[in-house]
Ligand binder design. Structure first.
Ligand code: SF4
Length: 200
């Protein structure tokens, strides 16, 4: 089974873990599990590729980019108070199960720590790194530059797309790093591992 050792490591760290061969299978599972509730979503190419917003919006109240009934700061507050929150993991260290996320504003990583009944963390196979050091390197030199390019940020990494320049740009995309060593107290957390390349 794909991810067998990582699944056991994450379960040892307190997380529920579900493994899927395809993003379609994972989306169908989440569509069954998350019903008639409020859902917040962090910005994520994985979420977009899984068509999660479209699927879950049909039978839940989903607060994410594109919600048009209020402005962006209000959407972020509503998402922060939703019963369920979904984000992708930027990287997972295979040897320890540490889950790493980096963020510019902080709303996405804050929701990975507190405030919901349940948090789902999505990860395609490209998000798995051998250890913490390689995961952090990947975050700073691959994930952040690609997201900066996608969001058209005025940062050196967005201009060149090759590595992190540890910039001081006001539009810097990576101001905070959150590492989940274990599941947080007081809320359910499930890792969704998908045996496909998804997101950055
Ligand atoms: S510190 Fe600046 S250059 Fe480095 S990844 Fe973040 S935004 Fe890009």
């Amino acid at each position: 089974m794909a991810f067998e050792a990582l699944k056991a490591t994450l379960e040892h760290n307190g997380f529920q873990v579900s493994v899927f061969a395809t993003k379609e299978d994972a989306t169908a599972y989440l569509n069954r599990e998350i019903d008639n509730t409020t859902v917040g979503m962090g910005g994520s190419m994985t979420i977009t590729q899984m068509d999660l917003k479209e699927n879950l919006s049909a039978h839940n109240l989903v607060f994410s980019h594109g919600y048009t009934l209020c402005d962006a700061p209000q959407v972020q507050k509503l998402a922060a108070n939703a019963d369920v929150y979904i984000l992708s993991a930027n990287a997972i260290a295979e040897n320890t199960g540490e889950i790493l996320n980096i963020d510019g504003r902080g709303n996405r990583v804050a929701s990975s720590l507190y405030g919901h009944k349940k948090v789902y963390l999505l990860a395609g196979k490209n998000k798995i790194s051998p250890d913490f050091e390689s995961a952090l390197f990947r975050l700073r030199n691959v994930v952040a530059p690609k997201n900066a390019q996608r969001l058209k940020r005025n940062t050196p990494c967005a201009a060149k797309g090759d590595k992190c320049y540890n910039c001081s740009s006001p539009e810097r995309i990576c101001n905070g790093l959150v590492v989940l060593y274990k599941k947080m107290m007081g809320m359910d957390m499930e890792v969704i591992l998908i045996d496909e390349e998804l997101g950055y």
